[in-house]
Write a protein that binds this ligand. Structure first.
Ligand code: ADP
Ligand code: MG
Length: 392
């Protein structure tokens, strides 16, 4: 039941072949950027919170080369279309939609005064799209890295991540926080990317224990973050902060929320309770993980899921079913903690478990989930991996 993660080197080979097959040209620049999974700290990257994602060993690869013109010709394994971009103009939103992530990143470079020469590119991915694993951030970071190769320049990593975040805001209309692009840009093998979203500083935290495995279970229920649910949640948190009269969620206590419950009103009061609770849970979880205190970590992940389900209302039936199955397997069955991960409304769960029982747990998750929903999930293990980089 456990899916194998394709080797990055195989993806690179296949992307080069794809470029030649579709655009009859040879790859001279290849960029790779990973998706991410978040262990804890959900929907608080845009609330000055702490988040604890890592870059997974699933990538978007862009293989390409300069083409001597003033146009970009871009195509993807998931689309028959060739998007043609006029690089003499500032990029704007257009069709096909998937190319907007690239247009947004190119625009970020143009706004910084870079002149982008014509290029051909082919996109290949091992990150399931719309599964809460941030294929969109990976596409943005892969594009930015490809452009670094094309322009023979290197952006500061933080600036690159922020440029990619702006592309997501302006060209995909998802008002995301900084987690996804930071994880994809800063990820390192054996490290979690603990981000203080108030200062915008990532800290690479060791995650090396071979006895621990992270299972990612894709419910196969696709989310659509641009359809308003995500933006509405973000607005609720801004409203909450305004009612509380504070400048930052880091200055708000649980007692502040409780004391202003009626004034905040529903659902802003419950959204606020989630934010404050999740910030505190993430701080506790980072400390618990550092001392291998799994008896503390597991319940924190459980409380995170319950809060996202009941107070923030971004879970869905299938995510809850997957989490319930893992909870039933429980600590004796090797499950340390489990919760939904990413923006929600579908997507994936993350399950921290004992490595020696990971296959057994994955098999049970797959079988029980399929029995309950008639949907075959996709389940794979992941270890923290290298962030966006040029290959070769
Ligand atoms: P997530 O980031 O959780 O995977 P999003 O809806 O934010 O979900 O982003 C998914 C979108 O990213 C897809 O609809 C598509 O536009 C784009 N995308 C992802 N993978 C590829 C790919 N291999 N080629 C072209 N576009 C892609
Ligand atoms: Mg996304």
């Amino acid at each position: 039941m456990l899916q194998i993660n394709p080797d990055l080197s195989d993806l690179v080979t296949d992307a080069a072949a794809g470029l030649t097959g579709r655009l009859q040209t040879k790859a001279t620049i290849t960029a790779a950027a990973p998706g991410r999974v978040n262990l804890i700290g959900e929907h608080i990257d845009y609330c000055d919170g702490f988040v604890m994602p890592f870059a997974i060993d699933r990538y978007i690869v862009i293989a390409g080369c300069a083409n001597g013109t003033t146009n970009a010709r871009i195509t993807s394994a998931i689309s028959e279309e060739i998007a043609t971009l006029d690089l003499t103009q500032p990029q704007e939103i257009s069709e096909p939609k998937w190319a907007n992530y690239l247009r947004g990143v190119i625009r970020g470079f143009q706004d910084r005064g870079h002149h982008i020469p014509g290029f051909d590119a082919y996109i290949l991915s091992s990150i399931p799209g719309g599964a809460g694993l941030s294929s969109s951030a990976a596409l943005e970071c892969a594009t930015a890295t490809f452009l670094e190769g094309l322009l023979d320049t290197v952006l500061d990593t933080k600036e690159k991540a922020l440029l990619c975040q702006k592309a997501e805001h302006d060209f995909a209309h998802v008002p995301c926080g900084i987690m996804d692009q930071f994880a994809s840009a800063f990820g390192k093998p054996n490290r979690l990317v603990l981000i203080d979203c108030q200062t915008g500083e990532p800290e690479l935290v060791p995650f090396e224990n071979p006895d621990l495995t992270v299972l990612i279970s894709n419910t196969m229920v696709h989310h659509e973050l641009s359809d308003g649910g995500y933006a509405a949640r973000r607005k609720h948190t801004e409203d909450g902060l305004a009612v509380l009269g504070k400048a930052s969620w880091r200055d708000v206590s649980a007692a502040d929320v409780q004391g202003n419950w009626e004034k905040l009103g529903d659902p802003v009061n419950r959204r606020s309770r989630h934010v404050v609770g999740e910030i505190s849970r993430t701080i506790s979880a980072a400390a618990a993980l550092a001392r291998n205190d799994f008896e503390t970590l597991g319940p924190l992940m459980a409380a995170s899921h319950d809060s996202l389900r009941d107070d923030f209302e971004v879970s869905c039936k299938e995510l809850d079913i997957m989490v319930e199955i893992a909870r039933k397997i429980g600590r004796n069955g090797g499950v340390i903690g489990t919760r939904m991960t990413g923006g929600g409304f579908g997507g994936s769960t993350v399950t921290l478990c004992e490595s020696r029982k990971a296959s057994e747990i994955a098999a049970a998750l797959g079988a029980e989930y399929e029995k309950a929903t008639r949907i075959k999930p996709q389940i794979f293990a992941s270890r923290p991996s290298q962030g966006a980089h040029l290959v070769g």
